[in-house]
Write a protein that binds this ligand. Structure first.
Ligand SMILES: [Zn+2]
Length: 262
């Protein structure tokens, strides 16, 4: 047995190997980060923010239907993948009535007649036809946006759980945006979008997760038609079901009738 077998390597040449190994590891990690390793810094997308930006293009007719649908399909996939595990579903499946302190008697029209989906296409944006939702009116004869009985603003509550995927906050006339200050919420459990329009104040932000019954803001008179004198103060409420990036309106009338009141 020679002594050299147990000697500590001392020449500079002997130290090159560990350095080379380190470089290899670095290269491997760097490559993984670039191509698919779930690095929080390099590969994380923000599907809610992307949805918001895409919606602005749809709303303002700056993108074709096919391309918008393709992007929406991908974003819905990402939204489902990213968020549902953090959301509490609970056993209660009913919607929450979106106007605090109000009841389904505030639904406009006769027995849900305000819902007119004929000719409507989500991808027509602000140029869409029909009225694929319900107007929920508050008691506001003098049109100051406050409840005539309480003298206070009326809170808009989230009908469902979900992710805030778009919010418009600073509508002012003469902006032609029809929804004024609005909120879009995606429910990844039910593949649904909820749209709340004409709010005064919006207190939620894009990317935020909400539970059913959470306050989204207050009823207002914002939006191209809603701010005019001829319009009574109301919340516009629309529900879409979406499969493969194709939001289609559904009539929530019966769900509103049997909803939870707060
Ligand atoms: Zn409406």
């Amino acid at each position: 047995m020679s002594k050299e077998r147990f000697s500590i390597p001392a020449t500079p040449k002997d130290f090159r190997f560990p350095m080379g190994d380190f470089k290899l590891k670095f290269l491997l990690i760097f490559t993984l980060c670039l191509f698919g390793f779930p690095s929080p810094l390099l590969s994380q997308r923000e599907p809610a923010l992307e949805w918001h930006l895409l919606y602005l293009k749809i709303r303002d007719r700056l993108i074709g239907k096919e391309e918008a649908q393709r992007q929406l399909r991908q974003l819905e996939f990402l939204l489902k993948k990213t968020y549902p595990k953090n959301l509490k579903k609970g056993t209660e499946d009913r919607l929450c009535f979106p106007l605090k302190g109000n009841t389904p008697t505030s639904i406009g029209g006769k027995q849900g007649s305000g819902y007119k989906p004929e000719g409507y296409d989500f991808f027509d944006g602000d140029q869409h036809k029909g009225h694929p939702g319900h107007n929920l009116f508050i008691r506001d004869k003098n049109q100051d946006g406050l409840d005539d009985d309480t003298g206070k603003p009326v809170e808009v509550l989230s009908a469902s759980l979900g992710i805030v995927v778009s919010a418009n906050l600073n509508w002012k006339p003469p902006s032609a945006v029809r929804g004024g200050n609005y909120v879009w919420i995606y429910d990844p459990m039910k593949d649904r979008y909820y749209y709340y329009a004409h709010l005064n104040e919006v207190i939620v932000r894009v990317g935020q997760m909400v539970l059913r019954g959470v306050c989204l803001g207050t009823v207002g008179r914002t939006g191209l038609n809603a701010y005019r004198k001829k319009s009574s103060t109301h919340l516009h409420f629309t529900v879409h079901h979406s499969v493969e990036g194709s939001p289609t309106p559904i009539d929530p009338y019966h769900e509103l009738i049997s909803s939870l009141l707060k």
